[in-house]
Design a protein around this ligand. Structure first.
Ligand code: PLP
Length: 391
């Protein structure tokens, strides 16, 4: 690479605050400083709006009018502590057919993942999960001086339930929590309802299981189902949900856990409880606006299928995602490729070791996806695909 080109890329990366190679976009997504995050972090002086934002699985369309209206009507509480909040917890409980004692709010589901980690990994217990996945729980484990037992993904990048059961049984006394991301980030692949039953039946009795359903609303595959009924059955399951994805409220920070009253009590002392007035009202409105969510799901799915088909026709395998992102097999190390996309004003996902020859791409607007496809075709040559088309 010539010096001038290197300088230019370095300049773009610096303007974005893009630092390091650590596989971690968690802190940046949570709006917290990440010491060595591998994700572009926006600084106030950066050229934010000129980039196609395909790196953090956000909802590019933003909240619908119903939610904006509800949030705007809550400004009048901005100087208060105790104020009417639209009965958010009650509305979430009603939405899922549980009691309010089964709900814990978080500033994003990121806070929920933190709270669950702190509550269940205390005293050096380990978390069992796969790699790659959303690494928030693993990072929290490290920060409290414990660690994760990471299983490789199985055939076709799917999570292997037999491996979970076998390892959980063999290392039961070490494990405080099992983490299942469904659908998984970064692959976009589901754990089917049969597999979920198999793993929950097969794990040692009483072992807590955190099921992260951040991308639940995007799934089409009829073999998938939410694991919420397992909470009602009295299993030691904690479900994490977020308003950041389908509801487009990532910047407003709202998520929640659904679990037994006993587990919620165990988690509550670790929760900060700092949810702002606007998003409380926005959350209530969002739960009711199912039509807008259906529209987001449809637009996202249509764009994902179109871009995936384009890339496949161009010779590159795409993992068939059920979410608002997908992975394409680029066949070479993704880190420098991320920089090349940045140079073309397109932000794509960070590396997800060990899948470092795959690139994760979030679904943006049609215009952003056109910019992505154009950049992709400039960076990569057309190929005749030799491997099977996806999984
Ligand atoms: C699987 C998964 N869980 C949780 C989160 C945290 O999101 P938030 O804190 O915005 O709810 C994300 C964010 O990308 C995610 O991908």
């Amino acid at each position: 690479m010539s010096v001038s080109r290197r300088t230019f890329i370095g300049g773009v990366a610096a303007a974005l605050g893009y630092v390091g190679t650590r596989p971690d976009d968690l802190l940046a997504q949570q709006g917290r400083p990440a010491a060595q995050s591998g994700t572009p972090r926006m600084r106030p002086d950066s050229d934010y709006d000129s980039f196609a934002h395909l790196s953090s699985n956000e909802n590019c369309w933003g909240p619908p009018d119903s939610v904006m209206k509800a949030m705007n009507s809550a400004w009048k509480y901005s100087n208060r502590y105790g104020y009417p909040d639209g009965n958010l917890v009650g509305e979430i409980a009603k939405h899922h057919g549980v009691k309010t004692e089964n709900i814990l709010l978080g500033a994003g589901s990121g806070e929920i993942l933190d709270v669950v980690s702190l509550a269940f990994l205390a005293g050096g217990k380990k978390v069992l999960g796969v790699e790659p996945t959303y690494s928030s729980v693993y990072q929290r484990a490290t920060s409290i001086k414990t660690s994760a037992i990471k299983l490789p993904l199985g055939k076709d990048f799917r999570q292997d339930m037999n491996a979970f059961i076998k390892t959980a049984k063999a290392r039961e006394s070490e494990i405080g929590l099992v983490y299942l991301c469904n659908p998984n980030n970064p692959t976009g692949l589901i754990i089917t309802k049969d597999e979920m039953k198999q793993v929950l039946d097969g794990l040692p009795a009483g072992m807590p299981v955190l099921i992260d359903e951040a991308y639940h609303h995007f799934v089409d595959d009829p073999r998938y189902a939410t694991s919420l009924p397992y909470v009602l059955e009295g299993r030691p399951v904690i479900i994490a949900r977020t308003f950041s994805k389908i509801a487009a409220l990532a910047g407003m920070r709202l998520g929640y856990a659904v679990a037994s009253a006993e587990n919620i009590q165990k988690m509550r002392p670790y929760s900060i409880g700092s949810i702002n007035a606007l998003v409380k009202w926005g959350g209530v409105a969002s739960l009711k606006d199912t039509a807008s969510q259906a529209e987001v799901k449809k637009k996202t799915g249509d764009l994902r299928k179109k871009v995936s088909a384009d890339l496949m026709a161009y010779g590159y395998d795409v993992i068939p995602s059920e979410t608002n992102f997908f992975m394409v097999h680029i066949g070479r190390d993704v880190q420098p490729v991320i920089q090349e996309f940045l140079e073309k004003k397109v932000m794509v996902g960070r590396p997800f070791p060990p899948m470092t020859t795959h690139m994760r791409v979030s679904i943006g607007t049609a215009e952003e996806m056109d910019r992505f496809t154009k950049a992709f075709k400039e960076i990569f040559p057309q190929k005749t695909r030799t491997t099977a088309a996806g999984v």
